[in-house]
Design a binder for this molecule. Structure first.
Ligand code: FE2
Ligand code: FE2
Length: 290
């Protein structure tokens, strides 16, 4: 493994509607990179928060009847399982940053709209997930996190050149955004002849998630790796995820049979007794066999 310093950027996991094998593979990739890893950025929509939005509320319930009140709790348990594994996979001193996405921000927005007097005293997702205790930093929605010459934000301005607006708003910086679920790069020429890159960071969602319409656009599973090439300068690589493998230079990181199941076992244990079979379906990614 190279001694170059890396940052790994992963977003749009949508826990509760995630791909369980690819999330376990992500943590295995991070463990492989750990000796050279300066930081991990979780770029929004890490939780799905399906039931706290007027456009999707009730759709999971239609697929798995009778479980609506438990969904957010389950997502929080899944997130604690994932974040715990992530913090154990990195070496001490590695930065982990959680950027709030439009799915996470649904919770404070709902409380503010429905019960405004409770909003100031309602626990935030940051508190519910115990990010301070885990040593994970928090970047609020519509803000960005800087890594050298890159600005990273969840983003919500999707079009065919989704990163163009971000590049223009971060004059002089490259940009990585989530939200579009595409894994692609977009070059932007500056007036002084330089090329800035805008990167859309892929996703690790279950493409067969319960409430999605049939038309899903051009999504690609994967993450982005930044490799330090100079003082505060980074080169990007797109890392597409197969169902159980990701190629990292000359190395192939592969998820072995049953690794996904043991990865999610703490969440399964935490939720046991609550309609185990149905919860297994959520942990395992709906109808997918782990
Ligand atoms: Fe998303
Ligand atoms: Fe999003």
């Amino acid at each position: 493994m190279s001694t170059l310093r890396h940052w790994l950027i992963a977003g749009d996991i949508h826990l509760g509607e995630h791909n369980p094998r690819q999330v376990a593979l992500l943590v295995k990739l991070i463990r492989t990179l750990a000796p050279t890893l300066a930081g991990v950025v979780l770029n929004g929509d890490i939780l799905d928060v399906t039931e706290v939005h007027k456009s999707t509320a009730g759709r999971r319930q239609a697929v798995l009847p009778g479980r609506s009140p438990l969904y957010l709790l389950e997502e929080i348990v899944l997130a604690k399982c994932f974040l715990g594994a992530l913090t154990r996979a990195v070496e001490p001193g590695t930065t982990i940053q959680f950027i709030e996405g439009n799915h996470e921000v649904r919770i404070p927005r709902l409380v503010a709209a429905a019960v405004p007097e409770l909003h100031p005293v309602t626990p935030t997702l940051k508190e519910l997930l115990g990010l301070d205790e885990l040593g994970i930093g928090w970047t609020p929605y519509n803000s960005h996190f800087l890594v050298g010459d890159w600005a990273i934000e969840h983003g919500h301005r999707c079009n065919i050149h989704a990163c163009k607006g971000l590049l223009e708003s971060y004059l002089g910086l490259n940009a990585i955004q989530g939200h579009s679920h595409r894994l692609k790069e977009y070059g932007h020429q500056t007036p002084d002849g330089r090329t800035l890159y805008g990167v859309e960071g892929g996703h690790l969602r279950n493409p067969d998630a319960s409430y999605l319409p049939r038309q899903r656009g051009q999504w690609q599973a994967g993450v982005v790796l930044l490799t330090e090439v100079g003082q505060d300068r980074y080169q990007h690589s797109l890392l597409p995820f197969g169902e159980d493998r990701v190629i990292l230079g000359r190395e192939v990181v592969t998820l072995k049979t049953n690794e996904a199941r043991s990865f999610w076992q703490p969440a399964r244990d935490a939720l046991v007794g609550n309609h185990t079979r149905l919860i297994d379906a959520v942990i395992d990614g709906r109808l997918m066999e782990v």
